[in-house]
Every structure is written in C-alpha cells, then in structure tokens.
Design a protein around this ligand. Structure first.
Ligand code: COA
Length: 246
C-alpha cells in the first residue's frame, strides 16, 4: 500500500495520507509524492480541485520525527517544498480531517479553502515544545485567521483544541458526523471543481491574500526552523519522542 494514495473522482483529485501505523506522519518520500501530484494537478486542466484526507482514524501526526532528526544532519526537508507548493497552489484545496491533526497536519489546513473535521478531531501545534518554530506561514496566517489570543495559546503555549473550538475560531467550515465526513468533503470539492474555473481561481487568489507575502514568511520561518532543528533543545525533545518506551 502506498503511503500516499492518489485517486481521481471526476474533476477532483484525492490525496490520502496513508501511513496509519505511524499515525500518517509525513516522511520526505511522502512529501515528494504529494509535490509531484500537486504539480500534475496544477497542470491537468481536468482537475478542478484537490481533496486531502487521512487514512484510518487520524489525519496526520505531522512531520516524521525521525526525518526531522535526519534533516538536522543531511538538511533534507522535502516538507519545505510541499509548504511552498500548497501556499502557491492555484486551484481549490479541500481537507477532510478525522482524528489528530498535528504540526504540518494542522498548518496545512491554513492553505485549504474548505476544511471539514469530525467531532473526534483534535488539533495540536507542538512546535515550541519540540524546540522548533511554526512553519507553513502559520505565524502569519494563524493570528490573521483566529486572532492573536488563540494563535498564542495554540502556537506558543501548545494547547491542543477540538473540533468545536476550531469551528468557533473559523478554522473549519463544518463538523460533519464521522460517517459522512468524506461524502461531505467530496461533494464540496466537486461543487468547487464544477464552477467557472478562471473566475474561481481568480476569486480564490484574492481571498487568500498576498502570495508573495506568505511565501516570504514561509522562507523566514524555514530559515529559523532549520537553525532550531540543529539546536540541542530540539534534538533532546525529538530524541525523547524517538526513545519513548525504550
Ligand atoms: N513521526 C514519526 N513517528 C510517529 C509520529 C511522528 N510524527 N507520530 C507517531 N508516530 C509513530 C509512533 O512512534 C508509533 O510508532 P511505533 O508503533 O513504531 O512505536 C506509532 O506512530 C503510533 O504512535 P503512538 O505514539 O504509539 O500513538 P498514540 O496514539 O499514543 O499517540 C500521537 C499519537 C500523535 C499523539 C503521538 O504519536 C505523538 O505525539 N506523535 C508526535 C507528534 C509530533 O510531535 N509531530 C511533529 C509535529 S512538528
């Protein structure tokens, strides 16, 4: 079974994070697959929207921690390109979240146009607790989206939050029942994909704000993130996770 499942339903491309044994944590290889799929979706006139979901009862536990430790040595962070790509992606992105959405599993939602999450969903941005920094433009987009109070509680204090709070904060469009999550998200994605394409893409671009500003913040965050990754405090926190139970 591939760690990223790619399926096409009409004009909607579905990307499913499919590494449930590791809580759909994203590896460099998975990001590379996502990046190629997004490039193709951008080029393919038959694709009108992209839907991102997670296999099993988790959306994603974020970046693979082992890959973070390796990145501190070899520098490879395929997630950086993924983040740049979703920030500049020209077609609608829809997310279907069930279960945990941690780290990039949560910040990627800031780049989605419509986000649906089940009542069981839980969100966590543990960057600072790991000795790391917010990424994917979250330091810019999250306070803008949910206000500084919530952004500070979530990004600095590392407080987790549930679907109700995420909905109240404006991060979610709706909280469908668990068994109708995918149907709802698929319907909404198909509706977007069926709209007049040029008008939708242009309207979306205005709504999402200044791409150059977002990309600049992403680069600044990545720069700081790489430095943090090499720090003793990050290494200690990441190794503590990898050594848990040993
Ligand atoms: N990177 C690598 N492996 C991960 C992972 C991650 N981000 N998240 C989970 N896994 C692995 C665990 O190591 C475990 O592997 P094992 O079965 O070989 O031991 C497996 O996935 C199941 O995770 P486990 O921790 O046993 O499940 P849980 O239900 O007790 O906890 C989480 C789930 C997501 C709360 C917990 O795994 C976690 O905190 N993960 C790290 C999240 C994180 O900090 N991500 C980075 C954000 S920047």
């Amino acid at each position: 079974m591939a760690d990223i499942e790619i399926a096409r339903s009409g004009a909607v491309l579905e990307l499913t994070l499919n590494r449930p044994a590791k809580k759909n944590a994203l590896t460099n290889a998975m990001y590379r697959t996502l990046n190629v799929a997004l490039d193709e979706a951008e080029r393919d006139a038959g694709v009108g929207a992209v839907l991102v979901a997670g296999a099993g009862d988790v959306f994603s536990a974020g970046n693979d921690i082992g890959d973070f430790v390796a990145a501190a040595q070899d520098g490879e962070m395929a997630g950086a390109d993924f983040v740049r790509k979703i920030a500049a992606f020209p077609k609608p992105l829809v997310a279907a979240v069930d279960g945990l959405a941690v780290g990039i599993g949560c910040t990627l939602l800031l780049h989605c146009d419509l986000v649906y999450a089940t009542p069981e969903s839980r969100f966590l941005l543990p960057f600072v607790d790991l000795g790391l920094l917010p990424e994917a433009g979250a330091s810019l987009l999250l306070p803008r989206r949910v206000g500084m109070a919530r952004a500070s509680a979530w990004l600095l204090a590392g407080e987790s939050f549930g679907a109700d709070e995420a909905f109240a904060a404006g991060l979610l469009n709706a909280i469908p029942a668990t068994d109708s999550l995918l149907t709802t998200a698929r319907e909404k994605a198909a509706q977007l994909a069926a709209k007049p394409r040029a008008a939708l893409m242009a309207a979306r671009k205005f709504l999402r704000g200044d791409t150059a500003e977002i990309l600049a913040r992403i680069e600044a965050e990545l720069d700081a993130f790489r430095k943090a990754l090499a720090s003793p405090e990050a290494r200690a926190a990441l190794m503590a996770f990898l050594n848990k139970g040993k």
